[in-house]
Design a protein around this ligand. Structure first.
Ligand SMILES: [Zn+2]
Length: 220
């Protein structure tokens, strides 16, 4: 699922029940959800069921189960999915009531720091959540304020930057982004000299800017 982009649609969606499972379809995708589409086959006169099913049959193309549609309701909230740009490859739509739920669920669905697109997707998700009114932690706000937050190297001079979480574990820039995205506190430091540091989460090795210190040098 590498290089998957998060797509979010806010507003009305149809919740389509096919008997046991329900699938959200954003109005943005299926077109206007009219009053005559809303209904429950079990609560209709038998003579009305066929006409209603004709009215909602086009929704079947947007859901993974192409069985008989049992009921359709109109809901409000956030629908999201992951899609690979330029391909037809995408996940099914999921729906959430609140921006906090959307942030949590969407963040968990992203691939993590090993995906080269991860930092950009986290930034886009955080910006969206902030604009929708989700309170951010200090670290998250700082991340959004500074475009170049959590780089691997200082942009002047190329000094190695390492990150430290609240337990004192050393992290690489990518894992620091993940920790920050989860709401954790992160501090940073440059790694000027000495042996390489290893990321506590992914094992990525970060060499110091000036390399190992030669202890034998003092005795010569
Ligand atoms: Zn790492």
């Amino acid at each position: 699922m590498a290089f998957m982009k998060l797509q979010v649609v806010k507003g009305a969606y149809a919740l389509v029940d096919v008997g046991g499972s329900s699938w959200p379809v954003p109005e943005h995708v299926c077109g206007k959800i009219t009053d005559d589409m809303i209904g429950d086959a079990c609560e209709m006169e038998e003579s009305d069921v066929e006409a209603w099913q004709g009215c909602v049959s086009h929704l079947a193309q947007y859901i993974p189960e192409h069985g008989e549609i049992f009921s359709v309701t109109r809901e409000q909230g956030y629908c999201w999915r992951l899609s690979a740009p330029g391909y037809l490859d995408c996940t099914e739509w999921s729906a959430c009531d609140t921006i906090a739920d959307l942030y949590k669920e969407a963040l968990e669905s992203l691939d993590g720091p090993e995906d080269p697109g991860y930092a950009g997707e986290v930034r886009a998700l955080l910006e969206y959540a902030r604009d929708e009114g989700m309170p951010l932690t200090d670290t998250q706000a700082r991340y959004l304020e500074h475009e170049d937050t959590y780089p691997a190297f200082a942009w002047t001079g190329g000094y190695t930057i390492i990150y430290v979480d609240k337990d004192g574990d050393v992290l690489c820039s990518k894992c620091a982004v993940q920790t920050m995205a989860d709401g954790g506190e992160i501090s940073h430091d440059t790694h000027d000299e000495g042996d390489p540091e290893e990321c506590a989460q992914c094992g990525h090795v970060m060499k110091s800017s000036y390399g190992p210190v030669d202890d034998a040098g003092d005795d010569a």
